[in-house]
Design a protein around this ligand. Sequence first.
Ligand code: PBG
Length: 311
Amino acid sequence: MRETVLTTNDFVMPMFVMEGENAQEAIPSMPGIFRRTVDLTVKECKELFSLGVKAVNIYMKVPENLKDNLGTEAWNPHGLMQRTIREIKNAIPEMIVMPDVALDPYSIYGHDGIITNGQVDNDATNDALARMSVSHAEAGADVVAPSDMMDGRVAAIRQALEETGHTNVGILSYAAKYASSFYGPFRSALDSAPKDFQEIPKDKKTYQMDFHNSREALNEVYKDIEEGADIIMIKPGLPYLDIVAKVRQEIDLPIAVYNVSGEYAMLKAAAQNGWLDNDKAIIESLTCIKRAGADMIFTYAAKEAAILLNN
Ligand code: PBG
């Protein structure tokens, strides 16, 4: 009789990948989450798949010496991201691999786009994102997930994918992504926060949305749909479920919601103190995200929740 039933099919697991072999590093602000080398990432993917988590969203910890302003390493065909996509698809062909598309882990400035004259250069960035997406598609990505919030990048990516024959690669567009303090733990995991250069903005407010606004979200969503997005992302999750419910009423495309690093960190911190029941709070939060209208949930708790649901 329940309206909403949470299943492992709802989950997308975000994963952090680093260079090296047979190693993993804990991320202190995200208990239970690790940066892993490619081999251990593949191993973890096998485990996730057997638990029923059939999609992963992947991020790179880019070595400092490979960072620049243009994000050149982002479309290196032999780069860490491209190798990771290939290895996961080789090992588990049915795992849906959704690489993140944005320049921040590759940028010396820690911005999602290229900096020109002290500003994030929207249009120059779109070309870079399109190249990055094509290189992900060439490595075997099923869906590319642009999280950068540049205007017009969905159209640029779609066009580049069509021109290179990747007509079946989907685009999951972060359409309504807010400039949020809840991304802190993620940025420490990748060392990707905006850097302290005098001449550049210290935050992402010129491209991410203002949390005082809700109607703006619909405008962003409609634009991305028009440009060819296949799935629409709303982010963060829990404090933004009004946005999810509102967008759900207006559109028919699948909606993805990102239960972000700060939401995960809050829950884990409270649970570790014995102030919340970890398992119950995880299942309740994820169910409520689905109830609000999510068709899929990006969550660091995917594995834990899958184990709980399977039992
Ligand atoms: C950057 C990106 C961010 C996240 C996903 N992609 C951080 C940001 O915009 O600064 C955050 C995810 C999380 O907090 O879990 N393109």
